[in-house]
Design a binder for this molecule. Sequence first.
Ligand code: GLN
Length: 476
Amino acid sequence: MRSLPAASIAHLRNALHSGSKTPEEILSVHQTAWEKSAALNAFVTSLFQHGSASASQSQQQQPLQGIPFAVKDNFCIKGIPTTCASKMLQPFVPAYDATVVKRLRDAGAVLVGKTNMDEFAMGSGSVDSVVGPVKNPWNPLHIAGGSSGGSAVAVASGAAHFALGSDTGGSVRNPAGHCGIVGFKPSYGSVSRHGLIPLLNSTDVPSIFARLVEDVRTVFRVIAGCDIKDSTTFRKTLPEEKADVKRLRIGVAKEYNVPELSDDMRECWMRVADALEEQGADVRSVSLPHSEYANACYTVLNTCDVASNMARYDGIEFGYRSNTDRSSTNALYAATRHEAFNEVVRGRILAGNFFLLKRNFQNYFVRAAQVRRLIAEDFQKAFDSVDVILTPVTLTDAPSFPDFTAIDNRTQQEVQDLFTVGASLAGLPAVSVPVSWSARGLPMGMQLIAPFWRDYFLLDVAEILQHLVNFYHVEK
Ligand code: GLN
């Protein structure tokens, strides 16, 4: 199997430190990659053009000094447009920085742009964007995955060394899997959501893309931690933990072996489990009996939050305002939303308001909240006998555009989320690691899920897997 070269942040920092590379050289390598990959449509706003992504000259040795990064266009950054890839926010320029972006810049990282996504992060393909779909770097006739597809492609194509996305039901793990890079969703509450435009508030987590697990860890160290501006972040620090493959108990969830799983993805999953077993790990079957309800549960909770979160976009406070009908306040609201939201967003607002009707509330919202608890308890029980759970990230490699958008786009998107929504609903840390190539030459990723708050342990296991599969080799 081919193994791709990847330079680590530590490697770049050493090069900067020894003077063998300058910050400008590093930035220009990324700019060239951005120019070459422009057709993939990964960026909504690029800061390369006007030289606004200037490498800082600080003498201080910061952990991310001179490292170029990109940010999904649903994080607010002062003075830079934040659109959520929607016409609704095309005229919006935030007056403040998201906490995660501030922490990265304070650590010396260099912002190179805002990335393309599904409108308001609703989707699994990055096809529903007002500026057009994101294309897969390994074959532009295929989707990049989503909703954080632009950030995944920015990293996979070399325009950014690492990138931020938001993962609510899989939006970082899914495109990481389709693009052949690492995508890490931390434990809920370990990273501040201040400045992230919300989708489903109780599962939204700012998440990290990079080629190498060690770089994900470096970035995570910078962004994790309590934030006074987000009351759902915890004061308790994350324990530093190491994993030993010989003492590792790995669970394979039997409910995830569904008929929709492609043959090559299933084989890949089994091959990875066998390879870990050969290294000394104890691989056993676990049960997550409520998995089959995860998508339905997620859909109800997601649309209910969407119904309330989207209510602020009314054409009056900020963003787009329609000129068509201003005969009454309601007419202005309706015309604005009709003109500026896509079908997916409008459909979810409608569904959410339906589930929240007084006569439906008990049967939908409350029921979904109860099912969510059962799903979380399934994981807790499984973790009585294993340390991590191994699953595929998606059912198949990246679908082609016609396959993804044909017939019933939305149902397919939900099916694609099958393996990722569980960890989101339960708030657990989960990471997608590139492991192999499909029959048609596209990357395939495997997901590892760990108990709550064991993020560093999870990353250590992911690093074991990375070395084992040798998808990337670290450049010396
Ligand atoms: N595909 C899911 C959705 O459409 C997940 C999106 C996400 O994680 N942002 O809601």
